[in-house]
Design a protein around this ligand. Structure first.
Ligand SMILES: CC(C)(COP(=O)(O)OP(=O)(O)OC[C@H]1O[C@@H](n2cnc3c(N)ncnc32)[C@H](O)[C@@H]1OP(=O)(O)O)[C@@H](O)C(=O)NCCC(=O)NCCS
Length: 207
């Protein structure tokens, strides 16, 4: 039975993809946005307020943060969590999720993703289109796995890191907090210092 309402904070690219997935899931009787632009509808869905008055909606809606930037998503996610919001997990019907996979609240799993058994995904993560997360991975909170990324078995990605489109991480590798990996990066050794990394194999380019 559809009995709930979904509110998406942010109607930019990521927020609108969440809306599209939520429509496909067919779980909510209505879907709306909070957004700070002057636009009143996106994709035919109403913008009912701005991000400055989130607390008004806590009791009436399930709420998810639809902001791509890891830091901003974390900041707003932590506010709504502390206000007691009910924060859903959004999983595209065409994602494949193995057994004993745990997924934290506010995480979005997009179309064509495969997550193999026994992997643990934290809260507020983005597992983007067509990426694969193999067995026994541990992806911490507020990580973004971009489209087409492939993570082999037993990979650890620590809090807040961002893996650019098409990057590849070999098995048993750990990537520390707040790393940014460029498009097409290949990681074959642990990354232990936060920073920006690019190339095959990756090298650090900036702090
Ligand atoms: C890594 C990245 C974030 C760096 O951006 P930036 O800080 O603006 O860095 P710059 O563009 O100034 O590049 C710095 C150097 O790294 C190189 N570089 C940048 N990205 C690279 C990449 N993906 N692979 C190899 N080299 C790269 C640049 O050529 C440049 O080299 P140079 O100093 O010899 O000229 C960006 O290039 C990137 O790859 N973004 C991925 C975008 C993405 O995946 N989007 C998906 C969102 S869902």
């Amino acid at each position: 039975m559809k009995s709930k309402k979904l509110l998406i904070i942010g109607a930019g690219g990521h927020g609108r993809v969440i809306a599209d997935i939520a429509l496909n899931m067919g779980k909510w009787q209505s879907i709306a946005f909070l957004d700070d632009s002057n636009t009143t509808t996106f994709m035919g869905l109403e913008v009912i307020g701005s991000t400055h008055n989130i607390s008004e909606y806590i009791n009436e809606y399930e709420i998810i943060v639809g902001i791509g930037d890891n830091g901003k998503r974390k900041e707003i996610h932590e506010i709504i969590e502390s206000l007691g919001a009910k924060i859903p997990v959004i999983i595209h019907p065409n994602a494949v999720i193995g057994s004993q996979v745990e997924i934290g609240m506010g995480t979005v799993i997009m179309a064509g993703v495969t997550i193999n058994c026994c992997s643990v995904i934290g809260k507020g993560c983005i597992i983007n289109t067509g990426s694969t997360v193999d067995h026994d991975n541990h992806i911490e909170d507020f990580v973004h796995i971009s489209p087409g990324v492939h993570l082999a078995g037993s990979v650890n990605i620590e809090r807040g890191s961002w893996l650019g489109i098409g990057s590849i991480v070999s098995n048993n590798i750990s990537i520390t907090t707040d790393c940014k990996l460029g498009a097409g990066s290949v990681v074959v050794k642990d990354i232990t210092e936060p920073g920006k990394y690019v190339g095959v194999p990756v090298r650090r380019i900036k702090l």
